[in-house]
Every structure is written in structure tokens, then in C-alpha cells.
Design a protein around this ligand. Sequence first.
Ligand code: CAA
Ligand code: NAD
Length: 305
Amino acid sequence: MSVLRVFSRKMATAAKINNVVIIGGGLMGSGIAQVAAATGHNVTLVEVNDQLVDKAIGGIKKSLERVAKKQFKDDTAKGQEYIQGTLEKLKGSAKLEESVANSDLVIEAIIEKMPIKHELFSKIDAVAPKGTVFASNTSSLSIGEIGSITKRQDRFGGLHFFNPVPMMKLLEVIRTEKTSEETYQQLMEFGKRLGKTCITCKDTPGFVVNRLLVPYMAEAVRLLERGDASARDIDIAMKLGAGYPMGPFELSDYVGLDTTNNILQGWHEKYPDNPLFKPVKLVEKLVSEGKLGVKSGEGFYSYKK
Ligand code: CAA
Ligand code: NAD
């Protein structure tokens, strides 16, 4: 057999990802788990305790019902089959080490803090199979820096999904200088199997979307802080004047003000001279009051029924 055929055979085998572990079952991890299970992968969703596992799976069921209602509106039986089929591919667990033991791909979607992501990856690096690819869904941190804690930097990349994952069609695939070509191809292939349109970006702060979106959301809050316009009017302006589906305050509440705040703080610490990355007082205040947006029931707006 020629060297080329051996190589391409290896590539074909390595590229297939079947067993996917998602760590963190919040807004993003739940969405990623849902879409991966719906596209035929064996998915384990890991949370910190059983109660949060149940909450995440419950949220996925509700989201699946919404998808089914839309996709199979004329055929309820097919819709139920879709929901059942997806749930059969999905299990939840609070046992981290056990869950990654038979994984092809692990996607991390926990809090946006480097030390906490490092702690997680060093733990799983010690127990996951050698060939398992690791990816982070970080919004703003350096993929290379997250992966540097592991002994598999060649099998480490970024998979940046968008909220709500079942609806948003984009996936940013990030390769660091150390990500191998094979890993990059596996991540691109996985993204396509999820039905996402994949773009590639270098390992830079915020990649493409957040590098543009987060300074925009921060500037909207500064506009409000200056008293130039109300949150409601700024939202209306951007929806009707720029065609955005949500205004910047609706979007910040939707993303989570804690996440937005962590992004700005992390960038400001690293790039203190960049005025675009300056943390915003009003966001810090809301977070300190536990007002995190839609997920906590209140942010810039109230979502309490
Ligand atoms: N799960 C399943 N289906 C969903 C869903 C979810 N979470 N959210 C919306 N849908 C589907 C449902 O079919 C829903 O109909 P029902 O309410 O009858 O179930 C349908 O979409 C329409 O939803 P809505 O009526 O609530 O509103 P909409 O038409 O405005 O669509 C939206 C919702 C897709 C979220 C749209 O408002 C939108 O695109 N908003 C912008 C989102 C965005 O910019 N996301 C990126 C954030 S940045 C990020 O993610 C990166 C980061 O690192 C911070
Ligand atoms: P979230 O607060 O909704 O969920 C995080 C979840 O991770 C929580 O449920 C928490 O219990 C769980 N968790 C924390 N530590 C854990 C551990 N060690 N093991 C297992 N589970 C653990 O946060 P989110 O919005 O889903 O964000 C998660 C990641 O995705 C962050 O890095 C964020 O920057 C990124 N991201 C967020 C968005 C967004 O719009 N919110 C979009 C793209 C990327």
C-alpha cells in the first residue's frame, strides 16, 4: 500500500466523530448537546450535579418540542419520532471522568474564566483517551492558552457556537498554531454534520463575531449611561434602523450579562489600552445584583411572568 493511501485511510478513520461529550449544560452546552444528538451523535452532557443535569435535559426537551413544532408542523407523529430519536442519543451525567473515558470529542461550555477552564481541562486530559479531540466554546479567551494546560495541543481547537444553538446557523472553527491539520479537518467535518455553516478564524480575541458584536453591545450601554437615549429606544433603533433581529439590550440579556461582563473584563486585563474593551459600570452593577438577563429573570429588562 502506498504511503499516500495509508495516510488517507488514517485521515478517514480519524475524521469520524461519534461519541461527543459536552461539559456544562447551561445556555450553550444544552444547545450544542441537542444539535449533536439530533444529528445522530452519541452525546453525554455533563453538569456539576444531578439536579443541574435534570434541568439541562428538561430545557432540551422544551427546545426540541419547539423545533419539532416548526419542522414537522403538518405531521405530529414525525415530530414525536424526531424528539424521541434525539433523546435516545442523549444522556446526562454528573460524573466527569467516567463520561470522557469513551469520547471522540469533548466540547467545554462552562463559565468564561481561564483558571476554571484550565482546572477542567487538566482533569480530563489525564483520563480521556489519547486520540480524543478537545474543543472549547469560549466566547473570548485564547484557545491556545486554554489548551496549553493539556498534553494534546495538536488535538485542541475552538468550536464557537451561537445562542440559540438550534437556530443559529454559524459555527466558528478556531485553529491555533499547534492545532494539527487532522484535528482541524475533524472539527470542520463535525460542524458540517451538525448542519452548521463553518468559517475559520485565527485564535484572536472574540474571533470574528464577538470581536464586532461585544464592543457594539458595550457601546450601546455607554450610550444609555450618557443619557442619550433609553434602552427601549436604542433597541427599537437597531431593529428598525439596522435590521437586527434583537436590539443590543435584548441581545445582552439573551447572551447573559455575566458572560458579557466576563468577556470585557478578560479583554481589558489583557489589552488595557484598547478603549473598545473597557468594562461597563452598568453591566458590572447589574451582575453584582444577580441580574444576569433572561436566565435569571431580570437584566436590562424584566422577564418575570
Ligand atoms: N430552541 C428551539 N427553537 C427556538 C429557540 C430555541 N432556543 N428559539 C427560537 N426558536 C424557534 C422556535 O420555533 C420559535 O417559535 P416558537 O416561539 O413558536 O417556539 C421561533 O424560533 C421564533 O422564535 P421567536 O418568536 O422567539 O423570535 P424570533 O423570530 O426573533 O427568533 C431568534 C428568535 C432566532 C433568537 C432571533 O431573535 C435572533 O436571531 N436573535 C439574535 C440572536 C443572536 O444574535 N445570537 C448570537 C448571540 S452572540 C453569541 O451567541 C456568541 C457569544 O459568544 C456571546
Ligand atoms: P451558563 O452560565 O448558561 O452555563 C454554564 C454551565 O456550566 C452552568 O450550568 C454550570 O453549572 C456548568 N458548569 C460550570 N462548571 C462546570 C464543570 N466543572 N463541569 C460541568 N459543568 C460545569 O453559560 P453559557 O452561556 O452556556 O456559556 C458557556 C460558555 O460558552 C462560556 O465560555 C461562554 O463564554 C460561551 N458562549 C456563550 C454564549 C452565550 O450567548 N451565552 C455564546 C457562545 C459562547
